[in-house]
Design a protein around this ligand. Structure first.
Ligand SMILES: Nc1nc2c(c(=O)[nH]1)N[C@H]1C(S)=C(S)[C@@H](COP(=O)(O)O)O[C@H]1N2
Ligand SMILES: [Mo]
Length: 281
């Protein structure tokens, strides 16, 4: 029966991969329909194996199927019409040291656009809020971030859990630590929930959020970050899978425990280290 569970989990991930590519597809609704079919298959498998599986396992997996079905219905209501941005189509770096590719990943020639929901239509006057377990809740306009002394360029590899990797991406942005300092984290703050438009979130331990290479980025490979890739402002957490790199970031909320974000609530790993393949938990 362990195989049924593994098969259902694999179907969940397959439907996620399909659904995440829908916003950039020519016919997003048709793509989501395919994701629904994969989920329906998972539900049939579960139904057939119900008598042989523990109730908790069936309940948990059924919830995961239902959440995704609801997400797909929501996405149909929230149709998105963006084009993949031009100029992002460079070939993969040649002669790449295989040691740089985490297990189960492959190089992608382009820069896939993956998200749930729609890109924001109004990106003027963007700002980010730091709130939760802090002494001072602060709201910083993007224009202030852009002129901050701490702004840097950082080149890192990017690994998405759907198995594509893009090497040597140069991000321009500001590290998170000085922003947190400004808000004054309370003793109790151990983790963060990072929120992005329209209803996205991910959880990060403060050590991961302030690790070397983590940036609030407004430019990629020398150009202003295209809206499709999270412009005008996104978080980039290059040492973890791409779902941690919140596009259209609006808020960093410090919390006193690990609170699962959007994908983590849907069974993704709480940490997400690509080198130890922390895909699902
Ligand atoms: N707001 C928001 N940010 C998000 C997502 C999302 O659905 N919404 N998807 C994540 C996932 S799963 C990945 S792999 C990366 C993809 O970034 P890209 O579209 O720039 O390639 O964005 C992450 N950030
Ligand atoms: Mo992803």
């Amino acid at each position: 029966m362990a195989e049924v569970v593994a098969e259902v989990r694999a179907a969940l991930v397959r439907s996620d991969d399909i659904a995440k590519a829908a916003p950039g597809a020519r016919d997003p609704a048709a793509v989501r329909e395919r994701a629904r079919q994969v989920l329906a298959g998972a539900r049939d498998l579960l139904d057939a194996a119900r008598a042989h599986l523990p109730d908790e396992v069936v309940d948990e997996l059924s919830v995961q199927v239902t959440r995704r079905m609801l997400d797909l219905d929501g996405a149909d209501l929230l149709e998105d019409a963006h084009e993949p941005p031009p100029g992002m189509d460079r070939a993969p770096t040649r002669g790449v040291d295989p040691e740089r590719i985490p297990p189960g990943q492959h190089l992608t020639p382009g820069f896939p656009v993956l998200h749930v929901g729609s890109a924001p239509s109004d990106t003027d006057d963007w700002s980010i809020t730091v709130a939760g377990h802090v002494h001072d809740r602060i709201r910083i306009p993007l224009v202030d971030l852009r002129s901050h002394d701490a702004a840097v360029d950082i080149t890192r590899d990017f690994h998405c859990v759907t198995t594509w990797s893009r090497l040597d991406v140069t991000w321009t942005g500001m590290p998170v630590a000085p922003l947190l300092e400004q808000a004054g984290p309370k003793e109790s703050a151990t983790h963060a929930l990072v929120y992005g438009h329209p209803a996205y979130s991910t959880n990060l331990a403060l050590d991961d959020l302030t690790a070397d290479g983590v940036l609030l980025a407004w430019a990629v490979d020398g150009m202003d970050l295209p809206v499709a890739h999270g412009g005008p402002l996104r978080l980039v957490v290059p040492h973890l899978y791409g779902w941690k790199s919140v596009k259209w970031v609006t808020e960093i909320r410090l919390v006193d425990r690990e609170v699962p974000g959007y994908w983590e609530e849907r069974g993704y790993h709480l940490h997400g280290d690509p080198w130890s393949e922390q895909r699902l938990r």
